[in-house]
Design a protein. Structure first.
Length: 100
C-alpha cells in the first residue's frame, strides 16, 4: 500500500465513511418526511460508493496490473452513479413542483 501517502489514504477512507453516513441520513430523512424522492436519492448514491470502493481496492493491492480491470469498473460505476444522481435530482425537483 505504498502507492499513496498516509494523508491520501486518510481522505479516501474518511470519504467512504462520509458518503455511507450521508446515504443513511438521507434514507432516515426520507422516512421521517415520507419523501420517496429522498429514498431514491440515497439509492442513486450507491453506484458512486461502489466506485470509490473499487478504486480503493485497486490501491490496496498497489495498483496491480492484474487488477487493471477495476479501473474500468470504477469508471463505469462513476458514470452510472452520476447519471443516477442526475435523475434523482430531477425527480426531487419534479416532486417539489408537483407538491407546490
Amino acid at each position: 500500500m505504498h502507492e499513496l501517502s498516509l494523508g491520501t489514504w486518510w481522505i479516501h477512507i474518511t470519504t467512504l465513511f462520509e458518503w455511507t453516513t450521508a446515504i443513511i441520513f438521507i434514507v432516515l430523512w426520507g422516512f421521517k418526511t415520507q419523501n420517496n424522492g429522498m429514498k431514491w436519492l440515497a439509492l442513486a448514491m450507491l453506484p458512486n460508493l461502489a466506485s470509490a470502493m473499487a478504486a480503493i481496492t485497486w490501491h490496496i493491492f498497489d495498483n496491480a496490473e492484474s487488477l487493471r480491470g477495476l479501473v474500468v469498473v470504477q469508471a463505469a460505476l462513476t458514470t452510472l452513479g452520476n447519471t443516477c444522481l442526475a435523475a434523482a435530482a430531477w425527480n426531487l425537483l419534479r416532486l417539489k413542483r408537483r407538491d407546490a
